[in-house]
Design a protein around this ligand. Structure first.
Ligand SMILES: CC(C)(COP(=O)(O)OP(=O)(O)OC[C@H]1O[C@@H](n2cnc3c(N)ncnc32)[C@H](O)[C@@H]1OP(=O)(O)O)[C@@H](O)C(=O)NCCC(=O)NCCSC(=O)C[C@H](O)C(=O)O
Ligand SMILES: [Mg+2]
Length: 274
């Protein structure tokens, strides 16, 4: 399961390899808002050249491309150019499921970045071409004049629900816009984790380890989960579906399922020793 995605502007090809070596699970070459209109053709050509030249190697980051808005000719031309080469495409400013009918080729991730997009989240998430959804919080905050994090939490939860109801993977958090505020990034990731979000897109390589730390179960959480799994296995051998731990905590099927996920995640995100 991916935890970190790193954006790199399509007109900075000298940074593509740095992004791939950053430790991010996925690199997103951006052709949209990080690129000024005058450089968009060049950015698309850079993305195509990079994708054609890359060699799949063990441990290599996957490469996604954020194309321009599919409601524009430029977005459709981006899709035509990179759709068969990228591991996935990210579609900005999706506001209705209808626009997704144009998608072919790589799996598509829909970005909900406007009031209309949030309102249509359920139908967008349920579209068969959609492999996942995420928010675009900078665009949302600008459109809705949001300055209170609690307001953003309401929007996040709507997308979390739409994704879960459609059977999509958990929703990753949107970019944290200050590349020097690591404490703020960590606190924000922990808050998003509490809303059921998982993983985060980054805009700078230094954000990657902070995001991994935030979504890695703590040693205490991992130990508690392992204890639950062991108790469940003992209960199963005794023919019991529900038991209480010595400290009074109740354990049944959904609690065990969650604990198993935590154990697996702790192992997947374990820091290398030394
Ligand atoms: C934010 C940046 C413009 C900062 O760039 P800069 O000031 O040049 O960074 P540094 O001097 O700290 O760079 C240090 C070294 O790190 C490399 N670097 C920096 N950023 C990246 C990157 N993204 N990928 C790869 N490598 C990177 C530099 O090359 C330096 O390396 P070295 O010279 O060897 O020391 C910049 O980080 C940046 O452009 N970030 C990405 C911006 C972007 O793509 N934005 C689009 C996504 S945002 C979004 O999606 C919002 C959403 O739509 C919404 O609505 O919410
Ligand atoms: Mg945006």
């Amino acid at each position: 399961m991916n935890v970190t995605w790193l954006y790199v502007p399509g007109d900075r090809p000298e940074r593509f390899d740095k992004a791939a070596a950053s430790g991010a699970d996925v690199v997103i070459i951006d052709l949209e808002d990080a690129v000024v209109p005058a450089r968009k053709d060049e950015a698309r050509a850079n993305a195509v050249a990079y994708l054609r030249a890359r060699r799949d190697a063990e441990g290599q980051a996957r490469v996604h491309v954020r194309v321009n808005d599919l409601a524009t000719g430029r977005g459709l031309a981006d899709l035509e150019a990179v759709g068969e080469l990228a591991d996935a495409v990210r579609l900005p400013k999706v506001e209705s499921a209808a626009v997704l009918d144009a998608v072919s080729g790589a799996p598509a991730y829909a970005l909900l970045e406007s009031a209309a997009g949030i309102v249509a989240a359920r139908e967008i998430a349920a579209h068969p071409k959609v492999a996942g959804v995420a928010l675009g919080e900078q665009d949302l905050a600008a459109e809705l004049a949001i300055t209170d994090e609690r307001a953003m939490d309401h929007l996040r939860l709507q997308v979390v629900l739409a994704a879960a109801a459609a059977g999509l993977p958990p929703v990753p958090m949107a970019v944290y816009p200050n590349v020097k505020d690591e404490a703020g990034l960590l606190a924000s990731c922990l808050a998003g984790r509490g809303l059921g979000m998982f993983g985060r897109t980054a805009i700078h390589p230094r954000q990657i380890p902070v995001i991994r730390r935030a979504f890695r179960p703590s040693a205490e959480e991992a130990a508690r989960a392992a204890e639950i799994v062991e108790a469940a296995e003992r209960a199963e051998r005794a023919g019991l579906g529900a038991v209480a731990l010595p400290d009074g905590r109740f354990v049944d099927a959904p609690i065990v399922a969650r604990a198993r996920r935590t154990v697996a995640l702790a192992s997947r995100l374990a820091e290398p020793e030394g």
